[in-house]
Design a protein around this ligand. Sequence first.
Ligand SMILES: [Zn+2]
Length: 76
Amino acid sequence: MLAALLCRARALLAGPAPAPAPQPASPLPALWAAGHLDIADFSDCPRENRRTPHAMRADGSRRCFRCGHETPGQDL
Ligand SMILES: [Zn+2]
């Protein structure tokens, strides 16, 4: 009797595991490519003549966070 109950319980518990919910793809690469956000990185600032943090855009242009100097993209 007990064995039958255990067998049934095992059968109920051994069903297929629910598939994990698919993770949505990150929208960040598409937003960056569309110019809606920038990546922060260090780059040479021509105005200050030293490496400073910059906002890097998808078109290759960048803006210095310290002095606001705009450097045009060189990928064109
Ligand atoms: Zn600068």
